[in-house]
Write a protein that binds this ligand. Structure first.
Ligand code: PSU
Ligand code: MN
Length: 316
């Protein structure tokens, strides 16, 4: 059956084989499946994301929690279960221990998926949108645990930035404070998920994935404890209009405030409100950017693996 790399990790067979043969693997989260999209689009999109990773030459490892362990490399049945089961808890860093011990299902966010990827020895992870500093965090203190986890898990996170439901300027400031590298792959600006630019610059721009892989190896060779962000924007043809998005987001934020929505519920609430207000256009963009990001992550995993043994950092 499945090989075990750690007592809390249940590896999918294909992932186990790939890791043992030092072939490229891309870790993926499951909150986006359980909370980020509606059924059956969530299942179809999860499969399309995995296909994009495969087409790039890497093996997808979708992560979640079940039966007291992290599942790293869900099969189709598991993905269907996460996509259809009501009330699967959203698991961030702080929730890992209690949910593992509880024995039920858990949908892992970026933060908790990174914990599992690190334990399994997978150095590349893909998601379209990371969590970040929320608008109004000056008074609410609402800052996603994703950002802190970037300083703890030695995993590169490929993303299309974050949704502008967040304060992306403050998010970049906070990443600077935490010492997390942010490298734009073929883009000057930190992307805003549905939109190609947040209006803020990536601190670095690197147009070659081999060079990004070398930067990751150097970061880790220097003994730095965390990971790094690699940003890549949505394709021009799939992008939504930034001004129109801003109006929709401001309305959704005002509604959330009026309804008293706070804490972990705020991100799913805002995403659903934005999706309703854009009448499905955001769902199409959501799908497109999840897939295009996964494709870049697959290529990065291939580049990173190719460099193994060439020097400039530990192999993993
Ligand atoms: N942003 C999205 N879609 C998502 C999420 C964020 O556009 O599904 C999810 C991710 O799993 C992310 C989490 O890690 O929400 C962040 O939630 P919080 O702000 O509560 O940390
Ligand atoms: Mn939060």
């Amino acid at each position: 059956m499945n090989e075990t790399v750690h007592e809390l990790i249940e590896l999918g067979e294909e992932v186990a084989t790939a890791l043992s043969e030092h072939r490229p693997v891309v870790a993926l989260e499951s909150t986006v499946i359980a909370h980020g999209m509606a059924y059956p689009g969530n299942v179809e999109t999860a499969r399309a994301i995995e296909q994009a990773v495969r087409s790039a030459g890497a093996v997808p490892a979708t992560i979640g929690i079940a039966d007291g362990r992290f599942v790293v490399g869900m099969d189709d049945k598991r993905i269907e279960q996460f996509a259809t089961t009501q009330g699967v808890p959203k698991v961030s860093s702080r929730d890992i221990g209690p949910v593992l011990a509880g024995g039920g299902l858990g949908a892992t966010t970026v933060a908790s998926s990174l914990v599992a990827a690190d334990l399994a020895g997978i150095p590349v992870f893909s998601t379209a949108g990371i969590g970040g500093v929320h608008r109004g965090a000056q008074t609410t203190f609402d800052i996603s645990a994703d950002l802190v986890q970037f300083t703890r898990s030695r995993v590169a996170v490929v993303c299309a930035g974050a949704k502008s439901i967040l304060d992306l300027g403050l998010t970049l400031e906070y990443l600077e404070t935490l010492g997390v590298p942010v490298m734009g792959y073929r883009c000057d600006d930190f992307p805003a998920f549905y939109c190609r630019s947040s209006g803020f610059r990536n601190p670095q721009r690197i147009d070659d994935l081999d060079a990004i892989a070398r930067a990751l190896r150097a970061h880790w060779a220097a003994g730095l404890p965390g990971g790094a962000l690699v940003t890549h924007p949505i394709a021009e043809a799939d992008a939504l209009d930034a001004q129109a998005m801003e109006e929709v987001i401001e309305r959704a934020l005002a509604d959330a405030d009026a309804e008293g929505v706070t804490g972990p519920a705020i991100t799913p609430y805002l995403m659903k409100a934005v999706s309703r207000a854009t009448e499905g256009r955001s769902a199409a963009a959501n799908r497109a950017v999840l897939i295009s990001t996964a494709a870049v992550a697959g290529e990065l995993a291939v580049a990173y693996t190719r460099q193994a043994g060439v020097g400039g950092g530990e192999d993993r």
